[in-house]
Ligand binder design. Sequence first.
Ligand SMILES: Cc1ncc(COP(=O)(O)O)c(C=O)c1O
Length: 370
Amino acid sequence: MCPAADGMTGVIPQADPARRLGRFRSEIDQALKRVLDSGRLLLGPETAAFEQEFAAYLGGGEVVAVASGASALTIALTALGIGSGDEVVVPALTAVPTAGAIHRAGALPIFADVDPLTRNLDSAALGAAIGPRTRAIVPVHLHGMPADMPAILAVARRHGLAVIEDCAQAHGTSLGGRMLGTFGHAAAFSFYPSKNLGAAGDAGAIFTADAVLAARARRLRAHGLDDHGIAAETGETGRIDEMQAAILRVLLPHLDAANADRRRIAGEYSAALAGSGIELPPEFPTANYHQFAVALDRRDEVRARMAQAGILTGIHYPRALHQHPAFKSAASLPVAERLAARLLSLPIQPEVAEARAAQIAAVLLRSLRS
Ligand SMILES: Cc1ncc(COP(=O)(O)O)c(C=O)c1O
């Protein structure tokens, strides 16, 4: 929950997606009117146009827009034939839905430790997690920082595994001149409101260069039905609604500028906190800085002091995945566990953090010392 706009309370929220939408309010109002006037509420012309526009943004291929990022992951896994009896390796430090979606596809998530600097899947740990039942890898580009795709793809090729990139936090990040999402067999994007490309509710998308996979994903998002209303397999209620698609079409042309703003704010934080002993995220020139998470001792104390000073922060995420009871895992993955106990996400959304990085960094340093 975001607090009231900081202009009214003096509080700087960690994120405020409604303010981002507010910047484009008149275009969004027109887009919503267009949808309501059309009478078409689900999977209509706005969805088709957004799919084409987002595919073009990613450099070609097909986009299948769906109801959420979690739906995108589950549908992509199922469309790739992954299900009961299969194992899928995921980094232990990510959002719960990365692994929840694997469960919903009927497969078992296997957790691998992460690299302490990038906080993304460690390729040596990935290799060690692969067994005879492994069918796929879901690398996550956590906080918008690219995972080591060349190393992950090499492991996947060696073992004949599918790769589904979790791009829920990676809109517009590129690696070696290629957009994240285009490295694997498929990718899942989330447009949850606080994402770099965020809707006014839940929405998501699958990207793939494989037309057969895309066609199956299109059926799976609508109960498995084909154009004649016949189901060869069952699917889910995974449709995107036309209002979200229309809003995403308004925001997509502004994504690169927003990411550039985030990179600039991240650079200001890095400069202000350099030499403080605080562990900073890597400076990566094409990362989208979905989050700027520092790693600290006494994180919760520092967080409380910052909140008292009117600066709200986030925790992404409070536990590593194998530490959640839902996954019934006995694994011990020390890097992910240590990061989960120490990471603190500073405000980075341009609408709340612009021109305030120095102030926020000063409050962090003061809170750390007191
Ligand atoms: C890394 C990651 N994967 C998956 C998801 C799931 O996306 P959604 O909330 O749109 O289902 C999220 C968003 O919460 C996420 O951050």
